[in-house]
Design a protein around this ligand. Sequence first.
Ligand code: SF4
Ligand code: SF4
Length: 261
Amino acid sequence: MDLGALEEVMADFCMRSPLNFVPELDTIQIFDSPLVGIANVDDQLFEKLKETDVVGPQHLSPRQWLPNGQAVISYFLPFTQKVRTANRTMGLPAREWLYGRIEGEQFNNALRKFMTEWFAKAGYEAICPALDPRFTVTNRRSNWSERHVAYIAGLGTFGLSCSFITAHGSAGRLGSIVVTKEIAATPRYYQNIYDNCSFCGACILRCPPLAINEKGKDHNVCASYLDRVLAKYKPRYGCGKCQTGVPCEEKIPQKRQSNIT
Ligand code: SF4
Ligand code: SF4
């Protein structure tokens, strides 16, 4: 089993699952095929995530989730062009984005479950930490950070807005699976955690509650804005203005020097 085979299985599920389509919105497709990366469970960076200024001591290593684990499969599901372009307006989130955020995560959970069962059928154990009863989030810090895991698995780096910028951009959702199957790790093509961000500052201007500045994102301001969106659109919420209508929406931005003074 190689990376290509995994990408094929997951891409096929994306096309077949009815959960990846929204009947209320002209049956638009939520996600394109995923970008997949592999991390070795013994990668030293997993220990680094336990440091207080990274994720924190509560972050569990792959073998704490699955003692015989060998590899971590991390994937990025890019939102389709229809979902992304609908959200390029300023202000309130597009309906397409709200469905992508909530129904999209239901599809993501279905993909996690499907892959767990797919590995079981092939004779391997697999666990998706995000679906495991041990998964917790306290004060917005989880014991399994999909973004940090994606960084280790060679999928991309962080951006000024705290989004995660992959070769297919930042507008999308992440997921991961720990498996007992050995799979070759994906080389990381970057050295630093912000290598894929051009520091163009476009996300600063896109953020409705001004949660982003040249130093990064104020998570409290963003969260309280999302609460207000939830109050308006319950049960859906989301924003994603910092991931759409920006140079890193669907690709790694070209310009790498800072525009922010
Ligand atoms: S919009 Fe520009 S500054 Fe903001 S995360 Fe994307 S590349 Fe970085
Ligand atoms: S999700 Fe919305 S509120 Fe939060 S940082 Fe991005 S643009 Fe700002």
